[in-house]
Ligand binder design. Sequence first.
Ligand code: FAD
Length: 611
Amino acid sequence: MRHRKTVFVDSDILVIGGGMGGCGATYESRYWGRDLKIVCVEKANIERSGAVAQGLYAINCYMGMQWDENQPEDHVRYARNDLMGLVREDLGYDIARHVDSTVHKFEEWGLPIMRDPKTGRYQREGKWQIMIHGESYKPIVAEAARKAATEVYNRIMVTHLLMDQTRPNRVAGAVGFNVRTGDFYVFRAKAVIVAAGGASHIFKPRAVGEGMGRTWYAPWSSASAYALPILAGAKMTQMENRIVLTRFKDGYGPVGAYFLHLKTYTQNAYGQDYEAFWRDSIEQMVGDYVNHHPVPTCLRNHALLEEVKAGRGPIRMVTKEAFKDPHKETIGWENFLGMTIGQAVVWASQNIDPKEINPELTTSEPYVMGSHATCSGAWASGPEDYAPAEYQWGYNRMMTVEGLFGAGDTIGGTAHKFSSGSFTEGRIAGKAAVKYVDDLGNQPPQVSEAEYEDLKKTVYQPMENYAVGRNEIVAGTVSPSYLLPIHGLQRLEKIMDEYVGGIGAHYTTNEPLLTRGLELLTMLKEDLAHIGAEDLHQLQRAWELQHRVLASECVTQHTLFRQETRWPGYYYRADHPKLDDQDWHCFTLSRYDQDSGTWAMEKAPVYHIID
Ligand SMILES: Cc1cc2nc3c(=O)[nH]c(=O)nc-3n(C[C@H](O)[C@H](O)[C@H](O)COP(=O)(O)OP(=O)(O)OC[C@H]3O[C@@H](n4cnc5c(N)ncnc54)[C@H](O)[C@@H]3O)c2cc1C
């Protein structure tokens, strides 16, 4: 194997992922830890990385407490309702009570927030959303993190966490490689905060072939946020709670501003308001949840899916009326130009002028995430002043591994935090991590040389496989002795699609399918030892695939464990087609044992703290 340089970086706090959660964690760690060494490591460049890379048009989580618009308790009720009763109310409340101060900081740092000319308040798009000129949202936030960090390491993909050799179940840092130079990095740290985003491309996307990079969630969100803690033995929660989005067809353009601000609405191919058709049958599946206001997102998806299955598709967004108003027309286009330019391009290429044609909607393939409208992620300790005793085993946002914290998509149980809530959760985790480091005193974790040397060999193995195996190829790219990352990815997506409830299976699965899916995933995992990487770019793809496969296995285990259909519209357990509050009004937890390759599943109670 070609010699690879090893670079050692020591820090007090290591932040993995410089997106919204990571920037928040870096910023706040500096505030509380003036003398600490705070390092942020990012596989892209924090200037334009993560789900907010392209910009946003709205901040989706703002209480407006200064104007008495909403209180944190209201937000907890809202998220609980949308998630069919199951959220970590302590964590959600903790974010909601601090999120306004985060948004005020963004404005102070230069983010243009629109104001209502009559009231002077922030311009609301909906009850929780405020409108921004957000094309430069990410660079503005990144600047604050850059100034706060001792050092930011861009272009380093973290592949594994390191564990303390003096004490079991304590984190000691992480390893990764520079995707440009190929150097190996060993980050030794007293506390680690994982903020590596969610997971796209674990289910087969609607756009395949040349369009496969066009997904709703960022295609570079490659499940590291889950795989890193899972491998370290951290407990995960609600991983079955994958998200499916109703979006404009082919460009995945968001619909929030259209529904909330432009007041557009949907109808079936025959101009009918179809949602009411399905109310009674939904009530039979989920009981009273369908009568709640607002109707939970998954149930609205369900109505759309059923209507299409009944042969009355396509479903369209009625834009023709709203777009007659020049102000609304401008907003409609700007909404895409500020965050999903691709949708505007798709419409232009398909001759769709929303003033003349009502554009089609469709549902996306499933994604896994903890910050948008679903709540998959790591099981974290709650705030000292608010969490029930059972949810507290240490520091706020610390996982079940000592010294390992998380924020944003990484942390489970708290949906609807979005960009501002993820940054806020990063701040909360950063503050707690500083306290943890302070309390460690003179007993810092120790990294074993054998551990990182072994990992170094493992990390570059795909390049070794390629170098040896390519000699057997006479033509094309198919080798008898290795598989390429793209081949592994397509195999993963096919398994998840067909067995775990993707678009090809109408989001439907059952125990026999899930059991077979797990068998196929096990075989895929075996083959990943033979993955081949031609260059450093492909090496990154190889490790992204490893992370995606492990997270997918976790999703499948959780989906098998929860014997009910909790969120119709997100997925269906055909063998347990109804919501079952008696047995499943609970969180699902998993823990992976790396040595045996087995998963332990359990239930955890849901505490309703807010009336
Ligand atoms: C299409 C879309 C529209 C959205 N619309 C809105 C909206 O209108 N309003 C709103 O408030 N929110 C919106 N959101 C949600 C918001 O973007 C997320 O809630 C937020 O970005 C999550 O923060 P995070 O830190 O968990 O993940 P991210 O911000 O995605 O950051 C994760 C970071 O980790 C890095 N990373 C990943 N793996 C590794 C690794 N192995 N090693 C090193 N670095 C790694 C990534 O490159 C990335 O920089 C939207 C998201 C999407 C995708």
